[in-house]
Design a binder for this molecule. Structure first.
Ligand SMILES: *Cc1c(COP(=O)(O)O)cnc(C)c1O
Length: 425
């Protein structure tokens, strides 16, 4: 038995499912997870000394590659001064200034400790600000494990949600309206039919948690218009896309400006961080200025701030986006060509350093389309790649990430690996 197996056996006895986040358990791709002892650049090293080319990039944060020397240096410098103060510290101000400077919609910002906290607090703030309680989310968009956002579509045209997890009361889920992504009419109808009004729309502007889906032309613009017309708060959850699809995220790419933005992942430089920010008028509703309570013992933690500031400054200095776009294009084109060659139905949506592989005949525009892609084919590809040193995300419905540490050779190697997999399809 190898060490990963041994660790997994030990873990399963005392950690539910052996993991601290469910997708890590490899349930949807079969087999058992490997354990990592070290990560550097574009590679992970397992406890069994296997080197794997990594397209998960710690689920998004590692845009500079793993263990970047500049970020490591920033953390060890901060460590000299202690690990937590419980008072305001200078790095919190620098971080806030950076975020306000970089993200178009952000005039004021509050730090927290995870993406989940960022969306949870954004929703509470939107409700407090508007005095309304119903919110709209879209099927397939993931916003962390917040009660009111772990809701799936119910039946019926206007779908008040059903809990998507045990432990969430129906009465909570009823406050969330779940609509299909990319369908503006459904949003118009929801606003017309909801008499008590709607506090907010929360959306991953480019959904990246059910594979990777892109908005139809004008879709995000229409969400913006509808929110403005109805005094509803438009929340972009850019925890994944922020600082990755361009420095200022999707809002910068598209020019559509939300009222609030949820952030996380990259802004922690690999440490646990979240943030939410937006219009001053709305942010001033937060305690201690306003009536909406939100807090955190470790919020603005000095180590996390140091890592995050280093990560953001490095992005500004290196501006890796053009190169990442090129690598992303190469990979997507290479894989699409192979699919044609082997007559395998495959869609490869890709923007910059994000892509995914949908084994589907038709372009994927929403959650239902994503679910109808062939997950068995993905599973086969995943296992083949893993056996040949390439680690894709262990689920057909996750996005793959390229980092600035990935090289053209890595891309070529990946295409080769996928070619061999397709031979056996
Ligand atoms: C990862 C993610 C979250 C949750 O962030 P955590 O730090 O895991 O709580 C929320 N929204 C989106 C879009 C994400 O990708």
């Amino acid at each position: 038995m190898n060490q990963s197996h041994e660790l997994f056996e030990r873990a399963k006895k005392i950690i539910p499912g052996g993991v601290n986040s469910p997708v890590r358990a490899f349930r949807s791709v079969g087999g058992t997870p490997f354990f990592t002892k070290k990560a550097s650049g574009s590679y992970l090293t397992t406890v069994d000394d296997k080197k794997l080319l990594d397209y998960v990039c710690t689920w998004g944060p590692a845009i500079h590659g793993h263990d970047h020397p500049v970020i490591r240096e920033a953390i060890s410098k901060a460590l000299q001064n202690g690990t937590s103060f419980g008072t305001p510290g200078p790095d919190e101000v620098e971080m806030a200034e950076l975020l306000v400077d970089i993200v178009p919609s952000v005039e004021k910002v509050r730090m927290c400790n995870s993406g989940t906290e960022a969306t949870m607090s954004s929703i509470r703030l939107a409700r407090g600000f508007t005095g309304k309680s119903k919110i709209i989310k879209f099927a397939g968009c993931y916003h962390g494990h917040v009660d009111s956002l772990l809701v799936k579509a119910g039946s019926g045209a206007l779908t008040f949600g059903n809990p998507d997890s045990a432990g969430i009361p129906e009465s909570f889920a009823k406050e969330t309206i779940v609509l299909p992504y990319n369908d503006i009419q459904a949003v118009e109808n929801a606003f017309t039919q909801t008499e008590e009004g709607i506090a907010a729309i929360i959306v991953e502007p480019y959904p990246a948690n059910c594979g990777f889906i892109l908005p139809k032309d004008g879709y995000l613009e229409a969400l913006r218009r509808i929110c403005s017309q109805n005094n509803a708060v438009l929340i972009f959850d850019e925890v994944m896309t922020g600082f990755r699809l361009g420095l200022g995220g999707v809002q910068e790419r598209t020019g559509v400006t939300p009222d609030l933005s949820a952030m996380g992942k990259i802004i922690g430089g690999g440490l646990p961080v979240g943030a939410f920010g937006g219009k001053t008028e709305i942010m001033n509703f937060l305690a201690p200025l306003g009536p909406v309570y939100q807090a955190g013992t470790l919020s603005g933690n000095p180590l996390a701030m140091a890592a995050g500031i280093a990560s953001l400054k490095l992005l500004r200095e290196t501006m890796p986006y053009e190169r990442l776009e090129k690598l992303g294009n190469q990979l997507a084109k290479g894989v699409k060509d192979l699919a044609n060659q082997f007559s395998i139905p495959l869609q490869v949506p890709q923007v910059g350093s994000m892509y995914c592989l949908f084994f589907s005949e038709v372009p994927v525009q929403n959650f239902e389309d994503a679910l109808s892609s062939n997950a068995e084919s993905f599973k086969k590809l995943f296992q083949h790649c893993l056996n040949n040193g390439v680690y894709l995300p262990p689920s057909a419905y996750e996005t793959c990430f390229i980092s600035a540490a990935h090289q053209e050779d890595d891309i070529a190697h990946t295409i080769d690996c996928i070619k061999n997999a397709f031979r056996s399809f």
